[in-house]
Design a protein around this ligand. Structure first.
Ligand code: PMP
Ligand code: GLN
Length: 399
């Protein structure tokens, strides 16, 4: 037992400690702190620097004024659950019972945590793509599960189907999909999603799918796994209002799926946060009911931001993988003579006043060599910030 009752052993076992025994800050916290310290433009952590729709903000203010400030019901307020069900019908043709098939969570992160903790036993395998969003690694480790991965390789970041087939076995309890994908911005095609469903059936695995970027998609089509034939009964879908409505700090998300799986997730969720965000829940319902034009325009605006940053990165000499979705572009810094993107990202603020995140932060250590020179830049920022970042990055190419 260590000094504080074993927490360090638990944290170390889950790989959550730095080599010196201190808590390893997440890469996002570390890089945002670096941006704040140096005054650099923060294209690291993915959060927008502008507010979302006024109707949504106003609905939250009104809810606070109306006294909606106490614990909401455990599964979420009925009107938000109804709005989530309506959204799934409107965009994907899915019919959900708001009383049994919908759970409001403290962001998609709590949905992920509750789904993983509810559905795996220690020693079970959880399969993800790699690179993977950092919370996946931490949560799988905390659940005592084995984390297996299938590689997404530069520059298209699409999985090889044979590798995917080989990676799923009877030991696989969860196939954890992230589509659209962070950090690469890749969108999985129908054939890949159908293969995932087929493999889940063959090996009796559950699909947990994180679709938080479902509306930030540029020229591609988002196909929810749950909408494919044979998928619904074994799929938990996670999403969140943070990205769609520029409210990442509100942490209102949702898990949807068949009643049995949603109940399993609820069982754990009620002991994580119990509930959250009372006045933000009606505001999310307002957001989810905005007209189609809002969702189209949101994607179009974000696509324009993507293009500004992509042009800037190209002009600065970076080859890049143009993303079909999300907040992020992956660029290859090797063309600028960079071998180690992690070291480069630590120097970038002092070099040109820009922060990015090395892709090695999203992969297991033994995979670092495959992703060593890649950097993720976030484009969910004001156009003026992106233009300025592009100008600053161009100085790198001139040195
Ligand atoms: N999943 C992915 C892929 C993400 O990029 C993020 C983060 N922003 C989350 C989950 C977390 O979502 P939330 O803030 O709703 O918890
Ligand atoms: N999802 C955000 C990103 O990828 C960060 C969220 C967080 O800091 N946990 O940048």
């Amino acid at each position: 037992m260590d000094e504080h009752g074993g927490w360090q052993r638990t944290a170390a076992g889950a790989g959550l400690l730095a080599p010196d025994g201190s808590i390893a800050a997440t890469i996002f916290a570390e890089m945002s702190a670096l941006a704040a310290r140096t005054g650099a433009l923060n294209l690291g952590q993915g959060f927008p620097d502008e507010d979302g729709p006024e109707e949504v903000l106003e609905a939250a203010r009104e809810a606070i004024s109306n006294g909606e400030n106490q614990y909401p019901p455990g599964r979420g307020i009925p009107d938000l659950r109804l709005a989530i069900a309506e959204h799934q019908k409107r965009f994907y043709g899915l019919t959900l019972d708001p009383d049994t098939d919908v759970l409001v969570t403290a962001g998609a992160t709590e949905g992920l945590a509750a789904a993983i903790l509810a559905l795996v036993e220690p020693g079970d395998e959880v399969l993800t793509f790699e690179p993977f969003y950092d919370a996946y690694g931490g949560l799988i480790a905390l659940a005592g599960a084995e984390h297996r991965t299938v590689q997404l390789r530069w520059p298209t970041f699409q999985p090889d189907h044979d590798e995917l087939r080989r990676a799923v076995s009877d030991s696989t309890r969860i196939i954890l999909v992230n589509n659209p994908h962070n950090p690469t911005g890749a969108v999985l095609d129908r054939a890949t999603l159908e293969l995932i469903v087929e493999l889940a059936h063959r090996h009796d695995a559950i699909i947990v799918t994180d679709e938080v970027y479902e509306h930030l998609i540029y020229g591609a089509t988002h196909i929810p796994v749950a909408s494919l034939p044979g998928a619904w009964e074994r799929t938990v879908t996670l999403s969140s209002g943070g990205k769609t409505f520029n409210t990442t700090g509100w942490k209102v998300g949702w898990a949807t799926g068949p009643a049995a799986l949603v109940t399993a997730v609820t069982t754990v969720k009620q002991y994580l946060t119990y509930v959250n965000g009372a006045p933000f829940q009606p505001a999310m319902a307002t957001g989810l009911r905005l007209p189609d034009s809002f969702f189209r325009e949101t994607a179009a605006k974000m696509q324009a931001k993507r293009d500004i940053l992509a042009d800037g990165l190209r002009a600065a000499g970076f080859p890049l993988s143009l993303p079909s979705a999300s907040y992020f572009i992956v660029a290859d810094a090797s063309a600028l003579g960079v071998e180690d993107a992690a070291e480069f990202c630590r120097r970038l603020p002092s070099l040109v006043g820009v922060v990015g995140i090395p892709i090695t932060a999203f992969v297991h250590a033994d995979r670092h060599p495959d992703y060593r020179s890649l950097v993720r830049f976030a484009f969910c920022k004001k156009e003026s910030v992106l233009q300025e970042a592009a100008t600053r990055l161009a100085a790198l190419g001139r040195d």
